[in-house]
Design a protein around this ligand. Structure first.
Ligand code: AMP
Ligand code: ZN
Length: 478
């Protein structure tokens, strides 16, 4: 498999440190609110990477943190007058619910910054001992100029950065806060402020800097060198650059062999973010669409391409997914037929030879830097092949073979279930819909077709489509 490595700016053949095993660390969200659909992009993309590596036979150790101590969490805790742990625990729970809806599997480990403080203090001490960090009035800074390769990930030149910081350095002098040796230096440990969570340390009570958290958690749960480190592209600088500086200075070895970064999810051409106020939460979107539609929409674009979010594009994705689900349904019906034909005929046996080629072509697309867009085109071809070559009379074995391939590629690897899932409608609404359907069935029995049509129209207005099938009435969100 080839992976585009941000560090070398090239696609490189992926070789794990230990044969057959892969260690991945993905920077997770800061938990101070519901996650927005931009945050869901790295979750979906790298969950798909993990699934694909497993499909290729690797054993994957997938670690993704929750940043549960941070200015934004503290701000919210002060606004609401509750301890910051209450805020972070609540939104970790909500984030896990969103992940489940989007079929993002739980990580092997989800470390939380506040539970790893002793390891962080240890790393800061190591950096001080090695001359890479220094303490001033309770704050510990990383000495950027002591780490010669600084800038190697973001391809930034340290002298350019220095001149960029000159104005800032001047401002600090004016306010008397020019305690840093160099404007480039960043914080590893900050001293306690009133009303903030804090921990004892050799430099007084305080809390860790954000970059330090990831360096420590990836060291503890993946190792000194991780195979793949990933996150959104806004993290390249300074977050990941600083993680490299801390980890390599402390551990004396390469921090990550491959760096993968997803492009932004945008809205009207601008990055979707909380601070700009132009965001939708995963919760909002999943109440309007089958969450699978949203995952499918996300994967129809290559992860390094910026993706614009719009209702029309999600609806296009919904129609595309519908074709796949219809194909899957047809296969299931034929495969499950009890008294149909089981054995393949000669023509089907010839076609059977074509089937593994779909897996090969899907894998070729995914091997090319996780090209889910091309991989999905192969799934559409498989569905066309299915529609062209199966009918009610097909052998159940033939349909079953096709279904298994579709299941492996779509469900197991891309994480898109072949069963329809309703948008997340609350239980009262479900009860209301089912009562109306029962009333319509009764009206039809009594030949009161006017009432039956009225109910169908009422359901349509609620955004519910019903379908009369041999097994009874089926319904779904439009
Ligand atoms: P944060 O909680 O802001 O640290 O973000 C968590 C993850 O979501 C990081 O990997 C970010 O890079 C990523 N992220 C945030 N906004 C977007 C966006 N609009 N598009 C794609 N990824 C994003
Ligand atoms: Zn991180």
């Amino acid at each position: 498999m080839k992976i585009y490595n941000t560090k070398t700016r090239r696609k490189e053949e992926f070789k794990p440190i230990n044969e057959g095993k892969v260690g991945i660390y993905v920077c997770g969200p800061t938990v101070y609110d519901f996650i927005h659909i931009g945050n869901a992009r790295p979750m979906i993309v790298f969950d798909t990477l993990r699934r694909y590596l497993e499909h290729k036979g690797y054993e994957v150790n997938y670690v993704s943190n929750f940043t549960d101590v941070d200015d934004k969490i503290i701000k919210r805790s002060n606004e609401e007058g509750v301890p910051s742990i209450e805020i972070s625990e609540k939104f970790i729970g909500e984030c896990k619910k969103d992940m489940e809806a989007l079929n993002v599997r739980l990580a092997t480990t989800h470390p939380q910054a506040t539970q790893e403080i002793p390891e962080m203090i240890q790393m800061v001490q190591t950096l001080i001992d090695k001359g890479h960090a220094y303490e001033k009035n309770g704050t510990v800074y990383f000495r950027v100029r002591s780490f010669e390769p600084y800038g190697k990930l973001s391809h930034k030149n340290i002298d350019d950065l220095e001149s960029g910081h000159r104005a800032e350095a001047h401002a600090l002098k004016v306010t008397g806060e020019d305690e840093k040796e160099d404007a480039l230096d960043f914080v590893l440990w900050k001293p306690k402020k009133e009303g903030e969570p804090s921990w004892e340390s050799p430099w007084g009570e305080g809390r860790p800097g954000w970059h330090l958290e990831c360096s420590c958690m990836s060291k503890k749960y993946v190792g000194d060198t991780v195979d793949i480190h990933a996150g959104g592209e806004d993290l390249i600088f300074p977050h990941h650059e600083n993680e490299i500086a801390q980890s390599e200075a402390a551990n004396g070895c390469e921090f990550a062999n491959y760096w993968m970064h997803n492009a932004f999810l945008k809205i009207d051409g601008e990055k979707m973010s909380k601070s700009l106020g132009n965001f939708f939460t995963v919760r909002d979107v999943c109440s309007q669409y089958d969450p699978q539609v949203f995952r499918f929409f996300m994967l129809q674009a290559h992860y390094r391409t910026p993706l614009n979010f719009s209702r029309e594009l999600v609806e296009d994705a919904s129609r595309g997914l519908e074709r796949i689900l219809n194909g899957a349904e047809k296969l299931r019906e034929i495969a499950d037929k009890k008294n149909g034909r089981f054995i393949m005929d000669d023509e089907q046996r010839i076609l059977e030879v074509e089937m593994p080629k779909f897996i090969e072509r899907f894998d070729t697309a995914m091997d090319d830097d996780l090209n889910t867009a091309d991989a999905i085109s192969v799934i559409f071809e498989l569905v066309r092949f299915t529609n062209a070559n199966t009918s009610e009379k097909s052998s159940s074995n033939f349909a079953d073979c096709l279904y298994r391939i579709l299941f492996e590629l779509c469900d197991t690897v891309l994480g898109i279930s072949l069963e329809r899932k309703a948008a997340q409608i609350d239980e009262t609404e479900v009860a209301q819909i089912e009562a109306l359907i029962a009333e319509r069935t009764a009206a039809k029995k009594e030949k009161n077709f006017a009432r039956a049509d009225e109910i169908r129209a009422q359901l349509m207005d609620m955004g519910i489509i019903i379908e009369d099938t041999r097994e009874g009435v089926k319904w779904k969100k439009a």
